[in-house]
Write a protein that binds this ligand. Structure first.
Ligand code: AP5
Ligand code: MG
Length: 217
């Protein structure tokens, strides 16, 4: 069963590769960042709570994030696999996910960690444009859409994320190294962890991730 986690720093290409993997394997893409942004744009209570935190690049509290993921993983479309993008991000989230997975009978089966050097991340984030409708990512220089400003996948209008500025990025990267990178050890100890070089051509990375996933299916 493909119950996947995508890990990696901000700008590593989690969303870019997740879009490709879910299209190929027909499993739901569960991006906690996208879920929060959707709540923000709809002005829900969760969105109001998360807005300032996300725009400044800090982490949303574990209890809030875990409750949101638990509800999502319980939905019927996750019965035949799922891809978690950007969750878990702290050790308590990883431990809670373990419990949720057991409870629902949907445990994580594979962790893919995309590795990209910091200097590459900076230029990826600075030139990123995203589709708020389907979550697809583009870049003004390296991954242009076919029509400028329009999503290839769903026709949505591309925008720049509010947290894609130098200050918020610095905060996101700091939180990544402090809270998220260490959970790689947690998954390495479980034996279902693979690091994939994320500093390459997107097609090559996609092939390398599929090779990892073939060992699971
Ligand atoms: P989230 O939305 O998850 O942001 P992030 O982790 O900072 O990651 P990004 O989405 O910025 O990067 P990505 O790896 O998806 O890169 P992408 O594919 O777009 O989270 C946002 C916020 O929500 C957090 O800061 C936090 O506040 C909150 N949050 C979310 N989850 C949480 C949790 N679990 N707990 C607490 N808080 C949480 O690619 C980046 C750019 O690079 C694009 O322009 C793309 O076109 C380009 N690119 C991608 N691959 C390549 C390639 N191979 N070559 C050249 N360019 C490439
Ligand atoms: Mg993303």
């Amino acid at each position: 069963m493909l119950n996947i986690i995508f890990m990696g720093p901000p700008g590593a290409g989690k969303g870019t590769q997740a879009t490709r993997i879910v299209d190929e394997f027909k499993i739901p893409h569960i991006s906690t960042g996208d879920m929060f942004r959707e709540n923000i744009s709809k002005g829900t209570p969760l969105g109001l709570q998360a807005k300032a935190i996300i725009e400044s690049g800090r982490l949303v509290p574990d209890e809030v994030t875990c409750a949101m993921v638990k509800d999502r993983l319980a939905k019927d479309d996750c019965a035949n696999g799922y891809l978690l993008d950007g969750f878990p991000r702290t050790l308590p989230q990883a431990e809670e996910l373990e419990k949720i997975g057991k409870e629902l009978g949907r445990p994580v089966t594979v962790v893919v960690d995309l590795a990209v050097p910091d200097e590459v991340l900076v230029s990826r984030i600075a030139g990123r444009r995203v589709c708020p409708n389907c979550g697809a990512s583009y870049h003004i220089d390296t991954m242009k859409p076919k029509v400028e400003g329009v999503c290839d996948r769903c026709g949505g209008k591309l925008i720049q994320r509010k947290d894609d500025n130098a200050e918020s990025f610095k905060e996101r990267l700091k939180n990544y190294y402090e809270s998220t990178a260490p959970i790689a050890e947690y998954y390495k100890a479980k034996g279902n962890y693979s690091a994939v070089n994320g500093n390459a051509n997107a097609e090559l990375i996609f092939e390398n991730i599929k090779t990892v996933l073939k060992g699971i299916k």
